[in-house]
Design a protein around this ligand. Structure first.
Ligand code: GRF
Length: 199
């Protein structure tokens, strides 16, 4: 079972996937930003890395086409977004539908988009969390595979909340990936099945 990981930053999510020791091979890590920590983490783990700098492309479609070509050289079973801060075009998403996943720091379908921790606090929400989901053409809108939830504490700041969320993310993302690698999770249309049962 081969995985390609896409990232743009610090790569703590990638690190959790590496450290968990999944029943899968991380074939490559691709970043749209040169020099990020996530690339160093991959190199440390002897994983091939590639940089596709989106600022050198004239359009989103041109970037996504090159990205798709680079990914497909590895013939991955699963493409894992791990802090990849680019919106992907519909053609790209449709090409990988059912084998492209993301982790988004909110209890989807609530709080799609950016700055989720701040928005959750501004709204006085008692609960927050993170969601592993299949990617579809609606931003942060694809079918959810697994969620972690945690209470918002009286003394929380967006930063403290983010740290606690990340600790949970580093458990649920590797777990969801291992379920996929073991063939326990399946996407039929836009419904997620686990061990043959609709979730
Ligand atoms: C994670 O919090 C994830 O939910 C979001 O981006 C963050 C990535 O963090 N999609 P890192 O770059 O892996 O440290």
């Amino acid at each position: 079972y081969r995985i390609v990981v896409l990232l743009s930053g610090s790569g703590t999510t990638l690190q959790s996937i590496i450290d968990t020791g999944l029943p899968a091979t991380i074939s490559a890590v691709i970043s749209n930003k040169p020099g990020v920590m996530g690339l160093n983490r991959a190199k440390e783990a002897n994983i091939p890395t590639h940089v596709l700098d989106h600022t050198t492309y004239s359009s989103r479609e041109a970037f996504d086409q090159d990205l798709q070509q680079q990914i497909d050289e590895y013939k991955p079973d699963l493409v894992v977004l791990a802090g990849f801060m680019r919106i992907l075009s519909d053609d790209f998403v449709n090409h990988y539908y059912g084998r492209l996943i993301n982790i988004h720091p909110s209890l989807l379908p609530k709080y799609k988009g950016m700055h989720t921790h701040q928005r959750v606090m501004d709204d006085g929400e008692p609960l927050h969390g993170s969601s592993v989901h299949f990617v579809n053409t609606e931003l942060d809108g694809g079918p959810v595979v697994l969620q972690a939830r945690l209470p918002v504490l009286p003394n929380d700041s967006p930063e403290s909340l983010e740290l606690r969320i990340k600790t949970k993310e580093h458990l649920i993302y590797p777990t969801a990936i291992s379920w996929l690698a073991e063939g326990r999770i399946e996407l039929k249309g836009n419904e997620v099945y686990m061990d043959g049962k609709k979730m």
